[in-house]
Design a protein around this ligand. Structure first.
Ligand SMILES: Cc1ncc(COP(=O)(O)O)c(C=O)c1O
Length: 356
């Protein structure tokens, strides 16, 4: 009898489970995926419409990625030769992992870290060295410095998903400078935070800063991520590792349009930061909750033993947030995305009605 290696492989993969997407609640107020509803749908529709006019989808998008990279270069003030793109930053992270890591590679990261990244490491059998968050949902840079020599890759989402924590710029710079292996800093929520490390790429050859248009630009459905890294890595990534046509024509053209209108993104980010403060301040008034500070477009809070009740009561009212449960010694973590002022008010009202 033939050894059925194919079936064995399928069984091995199915035991992993895969990335947990949020529950789909029809017509809900969607505060579960860190999307950005502050940029109006009409603005995005206009961009797609104009992209459509500039597109001929009978053709492969030859030269399109290069024009997109030039637009990103103007926006980030980083040379085009140091910028690469991918089908969401998910795909960039995946291509880095599948080509630069193996079962022998040790990756140093936090616990929790970005769920997709962790799942991908499981899939490839890449071992993780994890540093837990403190009970105040903070990380201690000394813990990372101590473990640095034991790891080949350092991966940090800055700010972190799901805690919203970000090291001070000095701390993170110190950590990156002292690390000898490859450093991946995932700035998916960078625009909502206090700083970016993208300029450090000019002096640190081992640093890759990954960013995305999914969050601050409100383009999660477009699937457009990018990275900033040294020229040699960028060249090899784009010419050898990346697919010949990783982005659709519509993605490329709409991406260029949005980047050119980046002031719309900046205004939305300012608005979200103000609303973030309102949500934190309001949630903090309830003794039932422990609320953690956030540098991203979401807020994590521990609702202790009532977290399932809070989650379900909100879901019944058509408000979808993310149920995370146990993180460290916090039993009942919930994560809420900062939406428009109206969405946030509905969320806060529903919480008030539930608790008073
Ligand atoms: C930390 C982090 N990195 C990357 C991503 C993926 O973003 P993209 O939509 O660009 O694949 C997310 C999305 O939730 C995230 O939280």
């Amino acid at each position: 009898m033939k050894t059925n290696w194919f079936e064995e492989k399928i069984a091995q993969f199915s035991s992993i489970g895969g990335y947990q997407k949020p529950e789909l609640i029809q017509d809900s107020i969607k505060l579960d995926s860190n999307e950005n509803y502050v940029i109006p749908k009409q603005f995005q529709n206009d961009i797609i419409l104009s992209a459509r006019k500039n597109s001929d989808i009978r053709e492969y998008p030859l030269g399109g990625v290069e024009r997109l990279i030039n637009a990103l270069s103007k926006f980030t003030k980083i040379p085009s030769s140091m910028i690469g793109v991918g089908n969401g930053s998910d795909q960039i992270l995946d291509l880095i992992l599948s080509n630069f890591a193996s079962k022998q590679t040790k990756i140093l990261t936090s616990n929790p870290t970005f769920g997709f990244f962790e799942e991908r490491c499981k899939l490839y059998g890449i071992p993780l060295i994890t540093i837990p968050f403190s009970e105040y949902m903070k990380l201690d840079v000394e813990d990372f410095l101590k473990q640095s020599k034991n790891a080949d890759i350092l991966y940090l989402d800055s700010p972190n998903n799901p805690t919203g924590f970000q090291f001070s710029k000095n701390e993170l710079q110190k950590l990156v400078e002292s690390f000898n292996g490859l450093v991946i800093i995932d700035e998916a929520y960078g625009e909502f935070s206090d700083y970016s490390l993208s300029n450090m790429v000019k002096t640190q050859n081992n640093l890759i800063v990954v960013q995305t248009l999914s969050k601050s630009f409100g383009l999660a459905g477009l699937r457009l991520g990018y990275f900033i890294a040294n020229k040699k890595f960028t060249d090899v990534f784009m010419k050898v590792l990346q697919y010949p046509y990783p982005l659709s024509t519509i993605t490329i053209e709409s991406g260029i349009e949005s980047i050119e209108k980046f002031h719309v993104m900046k205004d939305a980010v300012e608005n979200i930061k103000i609303e973030r403060k309102r949500i934190i301040d309001t949630l903090q008034k309830y003794d039932t909750f422990e609320v953690f500070d956030s540098k991203a477009n979401f807020v994590l809070f521990d609702a202790h033993s009532s977290y399932k009740r809070v989650y379900s009561a909100l879901a019944e009212q058509g408000i979808s947030i993310r149920k995370l449960g146990k993180i460290g010694n916090h039993e009942g973590c919930l994560r809420v995305t900062i939406g428009t002022k109206e969405m946030n008010s509905k969320f806060l009202l529903a919480i008030r009605d539930l608790l008073v």
